[in-house]
Design a binder for this molecule. Structure first.
Ligand code: ZN
Length: 212
C-alpha cells in the first residue's frame, strides 16, 4: 500500500466527527482506522471493551493522524512563505531543535535534536520555519538518515543558499525497548550540501559552533 497516496488530506480523517459533545462515547474520528486498532487490541490479548480501552482506538487514530501530518505539507511552500531579503554573509545556525518521529521499520518513536546551519545567499529564513521544516519531515514514517537529507535538500532547494548543514542526534525506542536494548546509545547523522560539503573550513566552523 502506498501510504503517501492513500492517506486522506489533513483533517479529512476527522470528517465523521460530527458529535456535538467532544467527550461523547459515540465520537468517531476515523471509523476504519479505529476498527484496525480494535482488532490490534484483541490480537494483543486484551479486551477493547474494557473501560480503560474503550476510547483508545479513537485516541490512537487522532495521535497517528497528528504524528504523520507531515505527509500533507509541502516543505517548499513553508520555506518560501518566510524568506526575507537580507545581505547576510555569515553562517546562520539553529541549534537544538527538538523533534519526534516514527521509525518506518517498527512504527516506534525516535526523537532527539536537530542542528541546522546555512550560508545565506541574499535571503534568510524566519527562524521558526527552520524548526517547522524539521517537523514537516519528522511527522512521517522515517529513517533518521533520510530525514536528515530531506531537511537539507528542502532548504537547499527552496532558498538557494551557498550551503546547508544538518546534524541530527536521536534515541530510537525500537532499539531501547526491544532487541539489543541499548538504552544509552544515540544515533548521529549528518547531511552537508554546497559549501559545507566542498569546504572543510566551513564544515569545521559549523562543527565548532555546535560545540560552543
Ligand atoms: Zn525501528
Amino acid at each position: 500500500m502506498n501510504i503517501k497516496n492513500d492517506k486522506p488530506a489533513p483533517g479529512a480523517m476527522g470528517r465523521y466527527a460530527n458529535s456535538l459533545d467532544p467527550d461523547s462515547e459515540s465520537e468517531v474520528y476515523d471509523s476504519e482506522f479505529e476498527a484496525l486498532v480494535r482488532h490490534m487490541l484483541i490480537r494483543l490479548g486484551d479486551d477493547p471493551n474494557r473501560e480503560g480501552l474503550i476510547r483508545t482506538p479513537l485516541r490512537v487514530a487522532k495521535a497517528m493522524d497528528f504524528l504523520t501530518s507531515g505527509y500533507g505539507v509541502d516543505a517548499d511552500e513553508v520555506v518560501k512563505s518566510a524568506l526575507f531579503n537580507e545581505d547576510c554573509r555569515e553562517m546562520v545556525l539553529v541549534r537544538d531543535i527538538e523533534f519526534y518521529s516514527l521509525c518506518e521499520h517498527h512504527m516506534l518513536p525516535f526523537f532527539g535534536r536537530a542542528h541546522v546551519g546555512y550560508l545565506p545567499n541574499g535571503q534568510v529564513l524566519g527562524l521558526s520555519k527552520v524548526a517547522r521544516v524539521v517537523d514537516v519531515f519528522a511527522r512521517r514514517l522515517q529513517v533518521q538518515e533520510r530525514l536528515t537529507s530531506q531537511v537539507a535538500d528542502a532548504l537547499m532547494g527552496a532558498m538557494n543558499p551557498h550551503g546547508v548543514a544538518v546534524v541530527m542526534e536521536a534515541s530510537h525506542t525500537c532499539m531501547m525497548m526491544r532487541g539489543v536494548q541499548k538504552q544509552n546509545s544515540t544515533t548521529v547523522t549528518s547531511a552537508m550540501r554546497g559549501t559545507f560539503e566542498r569546504d572543510p573550513r566551513t564544515r569545521a566552523e559549523f562543527m565548532a559552533l555546535l560545540k560552543s
